[in-house]
Design a binder for this molecule. Structure first.
Ligand code: URA
Length: 239
């Protein structure tokens, strides 16, 4: 069962706020009866009518985007910068699962499936997010251990991670490090390197769970297959 204003918004008919207004104005019917109460619970067997239009059942959409540099991961931006939604042609009200910074590239999933979103971002489900970071300086093996064990950022220790050196270029004074984390805290990877004394020059999310974007150029996207969606669900329905 879901709250009716959420179901209306998820269908793409209008925003949640407008759906609430329409409810209060008596413009919404459930199974032919006017419903004015915000938060009325409905399920997929109910027929919902808004302003005389029967709502199409909420079609779930799952998109895998290779996020390019220079776009924000929010659905709208007050600085009028390009958002990831500008790159995607979808009628449904999709949103990104988690965030990547403006200058971070790589795997980003967008969907209108709230259950999958909640499951994938919950740290208890331990979904792997693999990042490749180009950092300034030559990373010490002690710092690789530190990153793996967890470091304190924003007053809280990060959970166990997996860090591995991919390349060291002494001439250019840079290191390429692979870091696998299970949380999705704000600017987590950059902050983890920062507390160890390194600046991240470039960051790419190479994998989210088993998904990568090797077949997609930056800015390109594709829909996930049913098999891939089921596999994502299997990661969050373990217990
Ligand atoms: N960690 C960061 O610091 N930035 C990102 O975009 C993703 C993870």
């Amino acid at each position: 069962m879901e709250r009716i204003q959420k179901v209306i918004a998820n269908s793409g008919y209008t925003s949640r706020r407008k759906a609430e207004e329409l409810l209060i104005k008596g413009k919404v019917k459930v199974n032919g009866i006017v419903v004015k109460e915000l938060g009325t619970l409905v399920d997929s067997s109910d027929t919902i009518e808004v302003e005389g239009n029967i709502l199409k059942k909420d079609l779930k959409v799952y998109i895998l985007l290779n996020k390019p540099r220079g776009v924000v991961t929010t659905t709208s931006d007050d600085k009028m910068r390009k958002t990831v939604l500008d790159l995607i042609d979808a009628k449904e009200r999709i949103y990104p699962i988690g965030r990547l910074d403006y200058d971070t590239t790589g795997v980003l999933i967008l969907t209108n499936d709230g259950n999958l979103t909640n499951g994938l971002i919950h740290p208890s489900n331990n979904v792997d997010k693999v990042y490749i970071a180009k950092i300034k300086g030559i990373i010490k093996s002690d710092d690789i251990k530190k990153l793996s064990k967890g470091v304190i950022i924003d007053g809280k220790k990060t959970s166990k991670a997996f860090a591995k050196i991919k390349k060291i270029d002494k001439k250019k004074n840079i290191s390429i490090v692979e870091l696998t984390i299970h949380e999705g805290r704000n600017h987590q990877v950059k902050k983890m390197f920062e507390v160890c004394g390194y600046e991240v020059l470039k960051l790419k999310r190479e994998k989210f769970a088993f998904l990568d974007v090797k077949s997609l150029k930056p800015g390109e996207y594709r829909h996930l297959s049913i098999k891939e969606v089921k596999k994502l669900y299997s990661l969050i329905n373990k217990s």
